[in-house]
Structures are given as C-alpha cells and as structure tokens.
Design a protein around this ligand. Structure first.
Ligand code: RP5
Length: 164
C-alpha cells in the first residue's frame, strides 16, 4: 500500500487540525486505502486551495476529506471546484465547541454538496470514504461488511457484560 497512488485526499486548514484529522487517516489505513494528507488553507493559501480542488480528480483522487475549524470554508470551496465527493469534518476550536465549524461546513448552497460528519468525527469521515470507494470494489465492500460484523459483536459483548 505504501507505494500505491492515493485515492483519498485528506486536507485541512492548518497543521493544528491534524490531531483531529489523523483519525481519518487511521480509518483509511485500517482498510488499506492509499491516501495523501496536506495542509491547504482556504484563507491563507487560496490559490493553492483552488489548484488542489481543480486538479484532484485528474490526479486520480476519488474522494476528498476536508477538515477545518472556525470559519471553515475549505470543504465548501473545494466542493465548488471539484466533481469529486467532498466529506467535511468540522474541527472544534477553543471557542464555541465546534458549532461554528459545523455550521460553516454544513450550510452549503443548493448545487454544491458537502457530506458533513459530526464535530470532530474524522474517523467517520474516513469510514464514509471507504464506503464510497467500496461501491466499485467488492473486496473493499467485503472488508466493510466484516468491520460492521465486528462492531456488532463488540456491542453485543458489552451488553452481555452488563447483563452479567
Ligand atoms: C482554520 O483555522 C484551521 O482549519 C484551524 O482549525 C484554525 C486555526 O488555525 P491555526 O491558527 O491553528 O493555524 O482555518
């Protein structure tokens, strides 16, 4: 997998987002999905951000996971210039508990969708990307089914432990 071309691009507004965003990378690694990760700030690197979105599909990426905090315009701006599905991760900052990030990402105008996960839920963003990729990859879909079965068994075991 180390040498495989990335099919998911994980981008974030700042390196300070990485402690949250690395959970997306962890989920992709768990399913052996090759990814790349970078900082592409909508506000501090607008030209680079547009180039990233405009070139992503031609470079072979199939899904973009974009995380940002506060005035979190990165996922929406990328969605405006790429035909790829964009998954937005609202990163919680010191103030407002991430509500600002959530609303900035989720309230997209008609015609420009961003699939927004819960505040801080980068792992779910990674898992959603896996599900998208699995639509055209039966082996990956089988891995996802196994993952779901394991999750189910884990939850049942917890119930059994509580019941005694
Ligand atoms: C946002 O500003 C970034 O996505 C980050 O969540 C936040 C703070 O960035 P730093 O000031 O830590 O670089 O654009």
């Amino acid at each position: 997998m180390a040498d495989a071309a990335p099919v998911v691009g994980i981008v974030m507004g700042s390196d300070s987002d990485w402690p949250v965003m690395e959970a997306a990378a962890g989920a992709l690694s768990q399913f052996d999905v090759p990814y790349e990760a970078d900082v592409v700030s909508a506000h501090r690197m607008p030209a680079e951000m547009l180039a990233y979105g405009q070139n992503a599909a031609d470079r072979g990426l199939q899904v973009i996971i974009a995380g940002a905090g506060g005035a979190a315009h990165l996922p929406g701006m990328l969605a405006s210039v790429t035909p790829l599905p964009v998954i937005g991760v609202p990163v919680p900052l010191k103030h407002l508990d991430g509500l600002d990030s959530l609303l900035s990402i989720v309230q997209m105008p008609a015609g420009v969708p961003v699939a927004t996960v819960a505040v801080g839920a980068a792992r779910n963003a990674g898992l959603l990307a896996v599900r998208m990729l699995a639509l055209g990859d039966s082996e990956l879909q089988a891995k996802m089914r196994q993952f779901q079965a394991d999750l189910n068994a884990e939850a049942r075991a917890k119930g059994a432990a509580v019941r005694g």
